[in-house]
Design a protein around this ligand. Structure first.
Ligand code: AMP
Length: 307
């Protein structure tokens, strides 16, 4: 099994009530690749970077089984740059800067060596580019998952609605689900979104976990209560990487296996927030991942005697 990941590889500057960073490595595809490569190899990356992108990050990803033949390097422009400030609850944030830079002329090309992949993760990016990658694949992957954000809903809603008709799973947070559907109730929002194309919808609720909708079924996965959250940036993409990584590893795309995949995604996201940027993801071990997943099992497992 192999997994294609499309998305940004970027620099971010992050402010939280507890600290601030200068430019650090980020990007939707960077986080997805770091998380997914713990479960599946190869991860086949499609992205674009500028002349400022640290080559040791590419080397590190390659060592983890991430192919970067589909990552274009532009010699005379800087990488995509995003800056955000988190509110006190660390669940909500304001975007301060979005500099497209190299992204403005991105024309993603699927290398021949990536054809035949069974799984496709369309990370947060212009909807038109997400569609372009689907259309270049000679065989439709077994599962196409799409992540997006309010930014694209505001400037490219029609393109987003078009690509939604082509995917199996949509991943958004609660406010994005509301924005996309025009419904406040997440149950009503889910019904409307599933009529737009995706048969599965995952709504991420930050520290309040994630919901998986499919037909009339709903499954809930909690987030691990953590003493300190340093930086939630990339948690959604890391979740996506864990989710996709588990599905690609097992090759099973049933609703039941997606429930497990959501727990795996939540466990990976819980690591991401423990340090700034992808730093924590660069150091975790298989043993730590297994222990963290077990903590999730313990968190929600209970016996009940009905009286
Ligand atoms: P997340 O916290 O999971 O929503 O993802 C944060 C990452 O998404 C950051 O590392 C940013 O570089 C990247 N990002 C922010 N805005 C955009 C955007 N409009 N399109 C693509 N990637 C973005």
């Amino acid at each position: 099994m192999s997994l294609i990941v499309l998305g940004t590889m970027a620099y971010d500057a992050i402010e939280t009530p507890f600290g601030k960073t200068e430019k650090i490595v980020g990007g939707s595809a960077t986080y997805v690749a770091y998380a997914a490569s713990n479960f599946i190899k190869p991860v086949q990356q499609i992205s674009i970077v500028g002349n400022d992108f640290d080559p040791t990050i590419i080397d590190d990803l390659n060592r983890r089984g991430v192919m970067t033949d589909g990552v274009e390097r532009v010699p005379d422009k800087p990488s995509f740059f995003w800056s955000g400030r988190y509110h006190m609850d660390m669940n909500t944030r304001d975007t301060l800067v979005t500099d497209l830079n190299v992204l403005a002329d991105f024309n993603p090309q699927v290398p021949d060596s990536y054809q035949g992949a069974e799984f496709l993760m369309l990370g947060n990016l212009m909807p038109k580019l997400q569609q372009q990658v689907i259309e270049q694949l000679k065989t439709r992957p077994k599962l196409i998952v799409l992540d997006t954000m309010n930014f694209w809903m505001e400037i490219a809603m029609d393109d987003l609605k078009q690509v939604l008709t082509m995917v199996d799973v949509l991943l958004v947070n609660d406010s994005e689900a509301r924005q996309l559907s025009g419904e406040y109730s997440l149950v009503k929002a889910a019904k409307k979104v599933m009529e737009m194309g995706p048969k599965f919808l995952i709504i991420k609720k930050g520290e309040h976990g994630a919901l998986l909708f499919h037909g009339n079924h709903v499954f809930f996965a909690p987030a691990l209560p953590l003493e300190d959250v340093f930086d939630p940036t990339g948690a959604g993409d890391t979740f996506a990487g864990g989710f996709m990584g588990h599905l690609a590893k097992t090759g099973d795309i049933s609703f039941n296996n997606m429930k497990t995949a959501i727990i795996v995604g939540s466990a990976m996201a819980s690591f991401c927030v423990e340090k700034f940027g992808p730093e924590r993801l660069q150091e975790i071990t298989k043993k730590e991942i297994d222990e963290r997943i077990q903590q999730f099992v313990n968190l929600v497992q209970f016996d009940i005697d009905l009286v």
